[in-house]
Design a protein around this ligand. Structure first.
Ligand SMILES: [Zn+2]
Length: 215
């Protein structure tokens, strides 16, 4: 949570936010303190998992060939009951490729600079990053978040194509492209890891897979 003195100037606030913006580089690893507020489902049939910020139950279904989100529930084919975790991660990664590429392509229309390439990866400890050579790396786990938070992360990286730092001119550029970025940044800080990500990563069965699976 970011609190600012009532009479702080825009620049002072920006500097303060800049100092607090470690989220891009911060380890997503949960601290003990964080985990007290976390959401800890037991991973199994009935568990609720997020996709684009909405939680859906894992449910066994007959008559389907593969795992998927059908009519608001994560549907598991009866024969895949022992492979739920693999199917879930594979599904998330496939959705991430489709959704994140489509979304960044759409937002990119408002920018003069284009990324050299966009990669969807299993990033450790980051939601996203932008390298000096204008490659944007996106964590597939972004699709756990509500779309407004995904958009904020995408804007954050697209703005780095022009300014590869967190300078005042960078924040001014971001404010022009994403006017409510402060609110979204705060929401991401408060809920991104503790609520959305932890619902998948705090699950012991999923955790090893999340950590071991390369993209
Ligand atoms: Zn940044």
């Amino acid at each position: 949570m970011l609190r600012t003195p009532r009479n702080a100037t825009e620049e002072q606030i920006r500097n303060l936010v800049s100092k607090r913006m470690g989220w891009v580089n911060r380890k997503l690893r949960l601290t003990q303190q964080n985990s007290q507020n976390s959401f800890h489902p037991k991973f199994d049939v009935g568990t609720q998992l997020p996709y684009l910020g909405r939680f859906h139950s894992l449910t066994l279904s007959s008559g389907i060939a593969r795992f998927g989100l059908l009519r608001g529930v994560f549907s598991i084919p009866k024969g895949r009951k022992d492979c739920i975790k693999e199917d879930v991660i594979k599904w998330y990664k496939n959705r991430a490729k489709v959704y994140l590429n489509q979304r960044i392509e759409k937002l990119q229309g408002n920018y003069q600079e284009s990324p050299k390439s966009i990669r969807i990866l299993d990033l450790k400890g980051r939601w996203a990053s932008c390298s000096e050579d204008k490659t944007i790396n996106l964590n597939w786990k972004l699709v756990l978040l509500p779309t407004r938070l995904i958009d904020y992360v995408l804007h954050h990286e697209l703005c780095h194509l022009k300014f590869h730092d967190h300078s005042n001119r960078y924040w001014r550029h971001l404010a022009r492209k994403c006017s409510n970025w402060k609110k979204l940044s705060q929401e991401l800080e408060e809920k991104g890891v503790r609520y959305y990500l932890s619902s998948v990563e705090n699950n012991p069965q999923l955790q090893s897979l999340v950590n071991d699976t390369s993209s």
